[in-house]
Design a protein around this ligand. Sequence first.
Ligand code: N2P
Length: 377
Amino acid sequence: MRSHPLGYLILVALLAGLALSACVAPAPAAPQAPAQPAEQPAQPEVQPASEIVFYNWSDYIDPEIYDLFAAETGITVVEDNYSSNEELLAKLQGGATGYALIVPSDYTASIMIEEGMLAELNHDNIPNLSNLADQFRNLPYDPGNKYCATYLWGTTGLGYNTEQLDTPPDSWAVFFDPDPNAPWYGRMTLLDDVREVFSAALIYLGYDNNTKHEAQLEEAKQLLIKAKAAISGFDSDLFEELVGSGENLIGHGWNGDYLQAQEEFGTIGYVIPKEGGTAWIDNICIPATATPEQKLAGEMFINFLLRPEIGAKLAEYTFYATPNQAAREHVSEEYLNNPIINPPADVMERLHYIEPLGEFEAVYQRLWDEVKSAPTP
Ligand code: N2P
């Protein structure tokens, strides 16, 4: 994995902190509170909500975990799903409330933290945070896990049908330099995900997948419009099943979802194209709109997920890589040695993160709208 170039954010935050403490006068000492406020009733303690809603990607948890959690705590977790970070962000920005837990990817967690959309976690309720591997505890977008616990991480590449294709597709050219005579022409999907599709096109072109050069983005847009003729659609929900069933031959998608479908169909391979792909780290966080009761129940659930055996269950069911060091002792050898889940160094070198782009995010969105509304060539 390339080092995350957001490291400078920590420096900026540290400097800002120093500057603040330098110009703020020391506060006068607070009046001493009486040791025993005999007259005042004790503050009622917050009780966890008896039911919480977990807004998550689909197929991204073992549902049995909900039963185990309910059996132990009496708290019911209800799940609602989204298909992209942008959908999650738009939903919360649109004022949706009632969610106790969400799972944004790295760049979206960063946006949400910056916009004050996440609640600060009470670490006293999540002692199992210490089970996370060190490199997942101090991510540049959330140093010290102030707002989120790392959930799972994975890659985005190409899934293909192994019964119908003898050799794996090794290049994004299947989409961006499409051959109308190829057996997969018209039998492929691209993710319905602005940053993922632009990353694929930009990486194919040899550009930075987080570029702010409009000319490069225009080139990527043209490739995406051209690709519309070669795909059956943009899809982030069924791509793996379409490939597994043989209806499609190739799909742009997430490694763990393809491995889940491989369990079901036995006909799926997955590769990171020679030009490279993306890697992402997903995080479980609590929206700032959660009530104290929902927040407490959410923290209890995060702590439960971070247990070694539960973390192992989450990882093995979803086929995504776990950031939980303690869980790694409870997963099978097969899981640990699966190169699609835990890619070897030469593949890691070809993976790029998607980064938050601030205001410039809107330019990607506009170009994506143009791709979607352009007539298929
Ligand atoms: C789970 C998909 C995962 C995540 N189906 C993409 N960040």
